[in-house]
Every structure is written in structure tokens, then in C-alpha cells.
Design a protein around this ligand. Structure first.
Ligand code: NAI
Length: 253
């Protein structure tokens, strides 16, 4: 019987992932700032923008989970500080704080984004961000590195993808794996916020793809990377975007 922790369980991709996990008979431990009872066996309220709340959550979560699915995230309309706090610093703090409590052979899955595709060009600022752990320092960091609201979202996901790659073997002795899933535009409550900040780029992406993704397109990939079926996949970033990653990367469009 699998016991899986899911952040962002109250909406969108997180809620769909919980639904699939329940169907497979898992015990789902949901985490969100918004309460929900749908598809979760145990709910933990937490505000992931607040390190005190994260540390209390780490204390409260049960031991022996087989998966930690970091799905919660905020769009660029939240502002650069909150975007980096929730999408990057909180995710790392929760993961590092929980890992000792996870079962051996557990899987960690981080939801990044197609927006993080440009990470190879951003390595200097990503390296600078790797030592950023103090939530109060995020505003100053963004100013120093010219990270405005629109840039912050992509940057948070670029840094997340590289952090996942770097830690491909960190917990190898315990069989614990970590991977990313990178969705393209997905129909959830925050899609309009991406369009509001990133404008035409997202709309054009959707035209190329014929349709936006739905949580049904993304959740199975997350569940797969959380399962023992993906045991040989470590530190990878799985694009789940209707082909947009290859469209952007490949000069032969
Ligand atoms: P959503 O808004 O439907 O779900 C996000 C969940 O995270 C919500 O339940 C929200 O309450 C929770 N959350 C946000 N901030 C929180 C905080 N401070 N503390 C606790 N919980 C918090 O959005 P969606 O689309 O399901 O997003 C899930 C993940 O997918 C995010 O990491 C997002 O960046 C990523 N993503 C979404 C895309 C899209 O087009 N919808 C595209 C690419 C990535």
C-alpha cells in the first residue's frame, strides 16, 4: 500500500494526480493553502510561502511515505518574490526537510514547466540562486539579478530543473529518486494568469499545440515517475507538453 504526499492537492494538476493515486489504491496525504477533502485521505494545511509553516508541516507529516509530489506552484501574477519563494525555496526546503522521513526507494517528483526550457542559458544566475535559502532575501536577490515578475516564473522552473538534475544520486544509497515533469500550457485556474503576464507567447504556444493540455494529460506522467515502474529514471525532466519542447528546441520547425 503506497503512501504519497501531494502538494497543491486542492486544484488543477495536483487534484487530478490525487484522483489517479486514489484510483490506484494509494493513501494520499494532501498539502495545500486551500482546504480540500476531495481525493485525499489526510489533509495538511500549509502556506508554502512561509518557512515557519513549512517547518511545521515537515514536523506534522507522517513518516514512511513512498512519494513526495511537489506540485504546488504560483504563476507570475503572484509577483517575483512569491514566485521564487513558493516554486523554488519552499519546494527545496520541504524536500530536504522530509527526505529523512521518506521510505527507502521513495520517489520525489517536482512539477517544473515548459517555461524552464531555457535553463542552459541561465546557469550563472541559477548558480547564484543555489545558495538562496532565506525567504527574506528573495526580494534583494531578484533586484540584483534583474528578475522581474515575468522572468521570475521561468527562472524558478529553470532552477528547479537543474536542482533536480544535480540531485539525481544524492539519496542513491536509500534508493530515493527525484525527477521533474514539465507541462506546457494546461487548462487550470492559473492558465489565465500566465496569459496575463506572458501574453502572446503562451497563446502562440497553444495555437501550435492545437489545444492546451488538461490535468488529465499531465497527472499520469507524474504518477508514473512516482511509481516503481520508473525506477531507472533519475534526475530527468520529462516534457509533457504536446511536443512544444521539441518545437522550441529544434531549428527544423
Ligand atoms: P492550480 O492553481 O490549479 O494549483 C496550484 C495549487 O497550489 C493550488 O491548489 C494552490 O492553492 C496551491 N498553492 C499555491 N501556492 C501555495 C502556497 N503558498 N502554499 C500552499 N499551497 C499553495 O495550478 P496548476 O496549473 O495545477 O499548477 C500546478 C503546477 O503546475 C504548478 O507548479 C505550476 O507552476 C505548474 N505548471 C502549470 C501550468 C499550467 O499551464 N497550468 C504549466 C506548467 C507548469
Amino acid at each position: 500500500d503506497q503512501k504519497i504526499i501531494v502538494t497543491g492537492c486542492a486544484s488543477g494538476i495536483g487534484a487530478k494526480t490525487c484522483e489517479l493515486l486514489k484510483k490506484e489504491g494509494a493513501t494520499v496525504i494532501g498539502v495545500d493553502r486551500n482546504p480540500t477533502t476531495q481525493f485525499v485521505d489526510e489533509f495538511h494545511h500549509a502556506d508554502l510561502s512561509d518557512p515557519v509553516s513549512i517547518d511545521a508541516l515537515i514536523e506534522a507529516l507522517p513518516s514512511g511515505a513512498n512519494g513526495l509530489l511537489n506540485i504546488a506552484g504560483v504563476p507570475p501574477t503572484a509577483g517575483a518574490t512569491l514566485v521564487l519563494q513558493v516554486n523554488l525555496l519552499a519546494l527545496k526546503r520541504l524536500t530536504l526537510g522530509c527526505v529523512d522521513k521518506l521510505a527507502d526507494n521513495a520517489a520525489i517528483v517536482n512539477v517544473a514547466s515548459l517555461a524552464g526550457v531555457g535553463w542552459p542559458e541561465a546557469i550563472p544566475s541559477i548558480k547564484a540562486a543555489s545558495s538562496l535559502v532565506d525567504f527574506d532575501q528573495v526580494g534583494a536577490f531578484c533586484e540584483e539579478h534583474n528578475i522581474d515578475d515575468a522572468r521570475s516564473y521561468a527562472f524558478s522552473k529553470e532552477a528547479l530543473i537543474t536542482w533536480t538534475m544535480q540531485n539525481r544520486w544524492t539519496w542513491r544509497d536509500r534508493g530515493i529518486r527525484m525527477n521533474c515533469v514539465s507541462p506546457g500550457p494546461v487548462e487550470t485556474p492559473i492558465l489565465k494568469d500566465f496569459i496575463a503576464t506572458l501574453g502572446k507567447r503562451v497563446e502562440e504556444d497553444m495555437k501550435v499545440m492545437d489545444r492546451p493540455g488538461t490535468p488529465d494529460d499531465i497527472a499520469p506522467a507524474i504518477v508514473f515517475l512516482a511509481s516503481a515502474d520508473s525506477v531507472w529514471i533519475r534526475g530527468t525532466n520529462l516534457a509533457c507538453d504536446g511536443g512544444m519542447f521539441n518545437h522550441i528546441q529544434c531549428a527544423m520547425n
